[in-house]
Design a protein around this ligand. Structure first.
Ligand code: PMP
Length: 373
């Protein structure tokens, strides 16, 4: 039986060209710290990938630090500022790698559609009497909601607040120009853009601003990543990340066309179930994501029914699914548990087709009619 994977915000299917690059690099015992020929080859592969990522995101390659993924990137940035006793302001709709890392986060609210409440943010930042860091998710992993980054940055700059963006779900979905964003740090991960798992990066603006801090060494030991992150770099994963980034940027408009499939799903679901609630519908959203609740049918019931038909979707973020915990993100948007507990996230990817969507809708309708009857 055919398997349909609509859980691409959890992780993505690697593109064949990316897999080729990874597999090729795996044929060699690459350690970029070695001075011999194979070591120098590894160094070249890593620096080529770093340059591709820098060019793709309009960042300086010197200011890209490879990590094991976005959890490490987020934790590293937050630990630096948390340890220095900065006020850390964030939203209720962040990824667990942000929200559960912080000891005393100051929460700035979001509106019902998931967008940051700009007036509340302005007020909270204006009340700070010590240096602060604002950390927020650019494209939400559960709802696809895209924050109005320009307006947020404008407010934060009034108060000399350092800004970190969790841009993990933004790459390949919307244009990400690091210099234009004018923020201090972003976190990114390869496995959300059809690259391999276990590799991510921090991009910094180089700490030119007043109050900014150099990142603390999170991993100590060797001098890799210009002394900023110890441990042998994985040339194969980094090469794959570089290729995935190149393709994500090249294929951006194709990815944005997924909105046609996403809209078809939403229209049909609303036709079958007018009581359905689509989270963040009035906000700008990434093209591939819909988070939809059918009040009265628990998320887990829907998930299992679809899984039995070989359709993979998720409830809430993958990091908290597998449990029946109510989505923190949807609660943060003001959703009542009766509704948020009935939400599933459908997230399409580069491989998704109209045929898959039609099949999904057919199965979804069958599931809905069965449960309702
Ligand atoms: N931030 C966001 C928005 C994410 O979606 C994820 C992955 N679920 C992470 C951070 C953590 O990324 P990683 O899996 O690379 O640690």
């Amino acid at each position: 039986m055919k398997r349909i994977y609509f859980d691409c915000n959890a992780t993505t299917l690697m593109k064949p060209a990316v897999k080729d690059v990874v597999m090729k690099a795996m044929d060699y015992p690459y350690n970029a710290s070695s001075t011999h020929k194979i070591g120098r080859e590894a160094r070249r592969i890593i620096e080529d990938a770093r340059n591709i990522i820098a060019e793709s995101l309009n960042a300086e390659s010197n200011n890209i630090i490879f990590t094991s993924g976005a959890t490490e990137s987020n934790n590293t940035i937050l630990s630096t500022f948390q340890n220095a006793n900065y006020d850390i302001i964030t939203t209720p709709t962040e990824h667990p790698s942000i929200i559960y890392y912080l000891k005393e986060p100051i929460i700035t609210p979001v509106l019902d559609n998931g967008l940051i409440d700009l007036d509340a943010l302005d007020k909270i930042l204006s009340e700070r009497d010590k240096p602060s860091l604002l950390s927020f998710i650019l494209v939400n992993n559960e709802t696809g909601v895209i924050q109005p980054v320009e307006e947020i940055v404008k407010i934060a700059k009034k108060y000399k607040t350092i800004i970190h963006l969790d841009a993990v779900q933004a790459i390949g979905k919307i244009e990400v120009d690091f210099k234009k964003l004018d923020v201090d740090f972003i976190s990114i991960a390869s496995h959300k853009i059809a690259g391999p798992q276990g590799i991510g990066a921090i991009i910094t603006a180089g700490c030119k601003k007043e109050y900014c801090l150099d990142l603390d060494l999170y991993f100590k030991g060797g001098q890799q990543e210009k002394n900023r992150r110890a441990g042998t770099e994985s040339a194969a994963l980094i090469a794959g990340f570089g290729k995935a980034m190149e393709l994500a940027v090249k294929d951006l408009s194709k990815f944005q066309d997924l909105s046609k499939l996403r809209d078809k799903i939403e229209t049909k679901i609303l036709e079958i179930a007018p009581e359905a609630v689509i989270f963040g519908k009035t906000a700008p959203r990434s093209s591939n994501t819909t988070c939809v609740a059918i009040p009265g049918i628990a998320s887990m019931t829907q998930l299992i029914a679809l899984d039995l038909e070989n359709i993979c979707v998720s409830s809430g973020s993958a990091c908290s699914s597998g449990t029946s915990v109510i989505s923190r993100v949807l609660s943060g948007m003001g959703a009542h548990e009766d509704v948020s507990g009935c939400a599933i996230r459908i997230s399409l990817g580069w491989q998704s087709t109209i045929e898959e969507v039609d099949y999904f809708l057919q199965i979804w309708q069958k599931m809905y009619n069965h449960i309702k009857s």
